[in-house]
Design a protein around this ligand. Structure first.
Ligand SMILES: [Mg+2]
Length: 431
């Protein structure tokens, strides 16, 4: 146990209105204005606090949001920028402790166990330094909670939001629990909350007073773990392993109207394949297996998969396998409504020792071709360069999501696409 911090060493940091906040940080003209992202889907993906104040929440329809707030700024999602900012936030957190768990794009847990000697400051000041650094360097605000367990720290970061901090030591835990409706506890879903409420358990304090065997009987192991965490017992460890590995990758698409044209259905499958392979390469992975699923008009699905000759992420090596799978599945005269392609048996390609006989000149050329196509598509939008088979597919109407983000044209000195200087002051107001 840390002598100075004692057992109050689990930190949770949660960025406030993250996607919208990143857009405001990238373009200061948007600060103080109601901003939402998700233009490409017609559904709000994230709302700035100014938009939230007008009653706009995640998941509502765009036209509904515009009705609530006529001067709403609606932007397409730019996940690449969000993930860059996310890494920056986590990077700042790592200045305080190396024990960081990247829980989601805008949330992290960290352990301050044994850090008091190095940090040399009380917890209140550590939380404040963290918030100040993020806000000064990135132009975002975060909320910070520090307590005995992950579940309690998560309650704390929510307690004062946005731009707030709550440090909850053991002696004050009952006060926060008494103020917390049981359904607001991390890990207590709507079904569990309903069961508890039926027994008259309204707050987290009521919940922790429940008898242990009753908790186990009612909510089983997951609910029992949460119960123990709320009582200040650490059940969930800080998982510092980066979740960069994917087990499989899947791309699927429904087309309308359904079609019995083999060329069109194949083109749709190829579109999914190229998207899945581009993502695979972006993450530096290789696949050992490819699969195809064709869905008929009546929703019945047929699927098949095949191993790849060697672990690969090259279009020209996987496409013939897809052709074989397609020819085996497609039935003339049937009408299809969607295709899905998945890549399995993934491994990290960056640390892999290639087989001497795998690295042929032809393979090397495939790799260079893919790299060139990826670069062009990043620059000019998805499928700017694509396999000829796509000519038989449906021409998709142009969509804001297909465009390269505006910041590609507004790079500053020393910047690359994957590294932006933050905050950027050079963007024109896109509104
Ligand atoms: Mg958040």
């Amino acid at each position: 146990m840390d002598l100075r911090y004692q057992d109050c060493t689990v930190l949770h940091v949660d960025a406030d209105g993250f996607f919208a906040a990143v857009e405001q940080a990238l373009n200061p003209a948007l600060r103080g204005r109601p901003v939402v992202t998700g233009a490409e889907r017609g559904i709000i993906a994230a709302a700035s606090y100014e938009a939230k104040a007008r009653g706009i929440t995640r998941g509502i329809q765009l036209h509904e949001a515009r009705r609530l707030c006529p001067n709403l700024v609606v932007l397409p999602s730019d996940y690449e920028a969000y993930s860059l900012y996310s890494q920056r936030v986590f990077g700042i957190l790592r200045r305080f402790t190396p024990l960081v768990e990247e829980y989601s794009i805008d949330e992290a847990f960290a352990s301050l166990d044994g850090c008091s000697g190095v940090l040399g400051a009380p917890l209140e000041s550590v939380a404040e330094q963290l918030r100040r650094a993020v806000s000064a360097e990135l132009g975002l605000t975060v909320s910070v909670g520090i307590s005995l367990t992950k579940t309690l720290a998560k309650l704390c970061s929510k307690f004062r939001k946005p731009d707030g901090q709550t440090i909850l030591r053991r002696e004050h835990v009952p006060i926060l629990l008494a103020r917390t409706p049981v359904g607001k506890v991390w890990g207590i879903g709507p079904a569990s909350a309903a069961k508890l409420q039926a027994l008259g358990i309204a707050t987290a304090a009521d919940f922790v007073r429940m008898d242990e065997t009753a908790v186990l009987r009612l909510l089983h192991k997951p609910g029992h773990e949460t119960w123990r965490e709320l009582r200040g017992r650490r059940v969930f460890p800080i998982d510092t392993e980066a979740k960069r590995r994917y087990a499989s990758m899947m791309k699927g698409h429904t087309f309308s109207p359904p079609s019995d044209d083999p060329r069109l259905v194949f083109a749709e499958a190829v579109r999914n394949l190229t998207a899945a392979l581009a993502k695979l390469r972006r993450h530096g992975h290789l696949a050992r297996e490819a699969g195809l699923c064709l869905r008929l008009k009546d929703y019945a699905a047929q699927a098949a998969s095949a191993p790849l000759p060697c672990p690969t992420s090259h279009d020209c090596e996987v496409a013939p396998i897809l052709r074989t799978l397609f020819d085996g599945l497609f039935t003339p005269g049937q009408t299809y409504r969607s295709t899905g392609v998945w890549l399995g048996g993934l491994e990290d390609g960056r640390n892999r020792q290639p087989d001497l006989f795998e690295e042929t000149p032809a393979r090397h050329a495939c790799g260079r071709l893919d790299a060139a196509v990826d670069r062009l598509n990043r620059r000019y939008g998805q499928n700017a360069v694509a396999p000829a088979a796509l000519l038989h597919g449906k021409l998709k109407p142009w969509h804001p999501r297909d465009a390269a983000p505006a910041r590609y044209d507004a790079r500053m000195e020393g910047e690359s696409q994957r590294h932006l200087a933050i905050p950027r002051m050079t963007l024109e107001n896109p509104v």
